[in-house]
Design a protein around this ligand. Structure first.
Ligand code: NDP
Length: 480
């Protein structure tokens, strides 16, 4: 069986402890590779390599760093088919999704920050008759990047690319559930001419190797994407060490539909915003609020479309949904369907596991699920499910829907459907979230601030926000 390895100091290597963990293929439920069960000793090796590499990498001109990162981006593009197949196999997502979203976006992430860093500038503040302040932005040093399993290389590269572009050395850990494309990335970085020790990729469990990254005193900043509970633990651990922290956490996003919207556009987009990537995108709209005058029309049309949505193995070009990421995640999602029923919800479609023909009979497939009849403040409507499950709820007034939309602990993203421009702006202003899409969903411009409020996180990624996070500003004053 294939054994993945850590990538430290420009070389693939075994974990010091010699321990490995099973890596499952969600489409079949079978183990198909082994990944290093790394620990603090591997983190120490990676930090030593990064420490040696930092003066070399941060001392290069911005143009030299940019060229290496552009080559890295092109390196992924050249191996597109291999990366696409690996992502789909590791995560269970349809091959077409990995080909159209995940891997192209990883290519763009590196290209965007490789070129963005050339245009990055800092401020000066002139004090009339007194002098001038200018701000220098320097790389932090060694930074830790920890990412989740839902969009593996997409989110891994979203952190690593700005960290490297800004001149930092990186110790990174992908989710243990989806390590494969991060494993491939080491070789691509090497081929792009990245100096040894600049990018170190460690595999293993969050509680051991992830924790060791967060606790290492020489790792000065942590960029983390994952669940809110893990984020809370990381904040508690890192804050007393005065580490810089960027936390992108969970969501329970509202999708608010007014009667005056473009119905067909809304319907097809709502299908995607509910179930893309099996509903395992932090930006999916899992609470759908519909103005009462079109509730029945929406319900009939939506349930009809959802019930016809094809769930199949990731290689099937007809598959709209593939497998969810793991057996335990599948069980968690199904337990929320049971909870919804005990809370008085009615399952309009879905709510069950799908058993496909061999060799996929043990894969983790779920039918997309629509539930109605739940109170806005019940657990099903307040807790993150992170799977192909949405609830539908009618509303009568803007005030009522705003109250329900803002009622959760989360505040990551929201979607609004209306043709009334004034209402769109008014609502966007009042929704508690870091991102609002109006008459659209998941349209991404990499320059914009990305992140959430409340329990959805601290700080923003994307564009200048990311480059600012990965640099330390120093103000210099010169007296006239
Ligand atoms: P987790 O919080 O379980 O894990 C995220 C990463 O952190 C994984 O690499 C995990 O490792 C690691 N980890 C776990 N425990 C620790 C620890 N004590 N110290 C350091 N690292 C640790 O999240 P999931 O992987 O389950 O991802 C799903 C979550 O991510 C959802 O809540 C979703 O909303 C959120 N998310 C947020 C996004 C955003 O931009 N706001 C985007 C995408 C997802 P391992 O897997 O090996 O345990």
């Amino acid at each position: 069986m294939e054994k993945l390895q850590n990538f430290i100091n420009g070389k693939y290597c075994e974990p010091i402890g010699g321990q490995y963990i099973d890596n499952y293929e969600p489409a079949t439920g079978k183990v198909y590779s082994l990944i290093p069960n790394s620990d603090e000793r591997d983190v120490e090796l990676a930090v030593q390599a990064a420490e040696k590499a930092f003066p070399i990498w941060s001392g290069m001109s911005v143009e030299e760093r940019s060229e290496i990162l552009v080559r890295l981006s092109e390196g992924i593009e050249k191996r597109m088919d291999e990366f696409v197949a690996a992502e789909s196999k590791d995560n269970g997502k349809p091959l077409s999704l990995a080909a159209h979203v995940d891997i192209p976006r990883a290519v763009s992430n590196f290209h965007f920050f490789a070129t963005g860093i050339i245009h990055f500038s800092s401020e000066s503040h002139y004090m009339e008759g007194v002098g001038v302040n200018y701000t220098i932005r320097k790389p932090i040093g060694i930074v830790g990047c920890i990412s989740p399993w839902n969009l593996p290389l997409y989110l891994f590269s979203w952190k690593i690319a700005p960290a490297l572009a800004a001149g930092n050395c990186v110790v990174a850990k992908p989710s243990e559930i989806t390590p494969y494309t991060a494993y491939l990335l080491g070789q691509v970085a090497k081929d792009a001419g990245m100096p040894d020790g600049v990018l170190n990729i460690l595999h293993g469990l969050g509680g051991s190797v992830g924790d060791a990254i967060v606790k290492h005193p020489k790792i000065k900043a942590i960029s983390f994407t994952g669940g809110t509970k893990t984020g809370e633990y990381i904040a508690r651990t890192a804050a007393p060490m005065f580490k810089k922290l960027s936390l992108e956490l969970g969501g329970k996003n509202p999708n608010i539909i007014f009667a005056d919207c473009d119905f067909d556009d809304m319907l097809s987009t709502t299908l995607r915003s509910s179930f893309a990537n099996q509903g395992q995108i932090c930006l999916c709209g899992s609470r759908i609020f519909i103005e009462r005058t079109i509730y029945d029309k929406f319900k009939t049309a939506f349930v009809d479309k959802v019930s016809k949505t094809i769930v199949s193995n990731p290689e099937d070009p007809k598959a709209k949904l593939g497998a969810v990421v793991s057996q335990s995640h599948m069980e968690k999602v199904l337990s929320y369907v049971d909870l919804a029923i005990t809370e008085g919800g009615k399952v309009l479609t879905g709510g069950e596991r799908v058993i496909l023909d061999a060799p996929y009979e043990n894969g983790y497939y779920l039918r997309p699920t629509v539930i109605e009849g739940l109170a806005y403040d019940c657990r099903t409507n307040q807790e993150e499910i992170f799977g192909p499950v949405v609830t539908i709820t009618p509303f009568d007034t803007e005030e009522e829907v705003l109250m329900m939309a803002n009622s959760t602990q989360y505040g990551l993203a929201a979607t609004l459907w209306t043709s009334d421009l004034k209402r769109a702006h008014r609502m966007a202003d009042k929704i508690d979230s870091g991102i609002v899409w109006i008459n659209s969903w998941l349209v991404r411009d990499l320059r914009t601030p990305f992140g959430g409020v409340k329990a959805s996180g601290v700080g923003r990624e994307g564009g200048l926000e990311a480059l600012r996070f990965f640099t330390e500003p120093k103000n210099v004053f010169v007296k006239y």
